[in-house]
Ligand binder design. Structure first.
Ligand code: G1P
Length: 289
């Protein structure tokens, strides 16, 4: 029997250097994709997979994230008074239950591995999810739910992957598989940001993970890796010596919202996906082209 995955770590402390200047004063994960912030979609995705506790790893100036998921009596009261029940329902959809969010300051931008390590006391001794919110995943069955289903099948550690053109592999963590049979495959290796032409496959680490708590002591001693940062991938390579890792090739489309064009594309795609806006969005795009 696998232990249920109840908690998710969301590293949101990044400076958003690829989306400057807009990310100067607005946390990059609060940037909008159509009419909701990026974080709203990923939190909803995680809740649909049974995640009950959200641990945000933040940096200075990100208090707006707490405010977004909290109630707002002024806005709610105004909508109620005006009888705007549909907008009110949309607003309330993102309010998280009391006690289900925690915020930890990373204090210094030392890398993803360090960010995850900051959550060790709140995770304790149970498996947990890691969600990289930049990577917005549109899928019929939410990506995290696909990940939890894979975990319930094979246990251990799960890393969601997807293929990219060979020319892109140097920007990501890359996995090596022990043959591919369906969507869930045993992993044999990983490398963070391999030099061009050296990647063991074209399957990137996409930004959804389920990890066992034994990763924490490894993160604690993890030295700097690619880009001079403490890399989660490097500690996963260590953990793979004693525990199973499976890659899940999920079904869906990923938008890299940490990138200006990726964010633009997500905005267009999510508008077109909304029945009540699709026609107007299509007309507006056509008009521009
Ligand atoms: C991180 C991970 C990398 C993963 C990527 C996905 O890199 O270290 O393995 O492929 O996210 O976006 P970063 O984008 O923080 O450099």
């Amino acid at each position: 029997m696998t232990k249920r995955v109840r908690k998710a770590v969301l590293p949101v402390a990044g400076l958003g250097t690829r989306v400057l200047p807009v990310a100067r004063a607005t946390p990059k994960n609060l940037l909008n994709v159509f009419d909701r912030p990026i974080l709203s979609y990923v939190v909803e995705e995680a809740r649909a997979a049974g995640i009950e506790h959200f641990i945000f790893i933040t940096s200075r100036g990100q208090g707006a994230i707490e405010d977004y998921f909290d109630g707002n009596p002024e806005i709610e009261g105004a909508l109620e008074a005006k009888g705007k029940t549909d907008v009110l329902a949309e607003v309330r959809r993102d309010i998280l239950p009391p006690g289900s969010m925690s915020f930890i300051r990373q204090m210094a931008p030392l890398g993803l591995g360090h960010a995850v390590w900051c959550a060790r006391e709140l995770i304790g001794d149970e498996p947990f999810a890691v969600i990289l919110p930049d990577m917005l995943m549109a899928a019929k069955t939410p990506a995290m739910a696909q990940t939890v289903a894979a975990y319930e099948k094979v246990g251990g550690n799960i890393v969601v992957v997807e293929s990219v053109p060979d020319s892109e592999t140097h920007k990501y963590g890359i996995v090596a598989l022990d043959g591919q049979d369906g969507r869930i495959s045993k992993m044999t290796g990983m490398v963070e940001k391999p030099a061009q032409g050296t990647a063991p496959s074209n399957l990137i680490i996409s930004g959804r993970y389920i990890l066992q708590p034994e990763i924490f002591p490894l993160l604690e001693r993890q030295g700097k890796g690619a880009g001079g940062e403490i890399q989660l991938t490097d500690s996963m390579i260590e953990l793979m010596k004693s525990q199973d890792f499976h890659a899940l090739e999920y079904e869906g489309t990923t938008y890299d919202c940490g990138d200006k064009i990726g964010l633009l594309k997500a905005n267009i795609a999510f508008a077109l996906d909304r029945p009540e806006f699709a026609d107007a969005a299509r007309a507006a795009i056509k008009d521009l082209l």
